[in-house]
Design a protein around this ligand. Structure first.
Ligand code: FES
Length: 71
């Protein structure tokens, strides 16, 4: 079941319906069409999907490139 979330990216606020296991990387690229964030390993190792979350580098959080759940 999709869940409606609100997120602010680069100062712009968006409401997006996401699946529980949908990655932040997928939401950024597919739903918001922000393709600057790339997928590399898809396992949290390479850092290609790095984004800043609340002003901090959050690359190690599992929901960025996949496999995790939304906080
Ligand atoms: S794609 Fe490699 S860390 Fe996310």
């Amino acid at each position: 079941m999709k869940r409606l979330i609100t997120l602010t990216v680069n100062g712009e606020t968006h409401q997006v319906a996401v699946e529980p296991r949908q990655s932040l990387l997928h939401v950024l690229r597919q739903e918001l069409h922000l393709t600057g964030t790339k997928e590399g390993c898809g396992e949290g190792e390479c850092g290609a999907c790095t984004v800043f979350l609340d002003g901090k580098n959050g690359r190690r959080l599992p929901y960025f490139c996949g496999g995790g759940r939304w906080p």
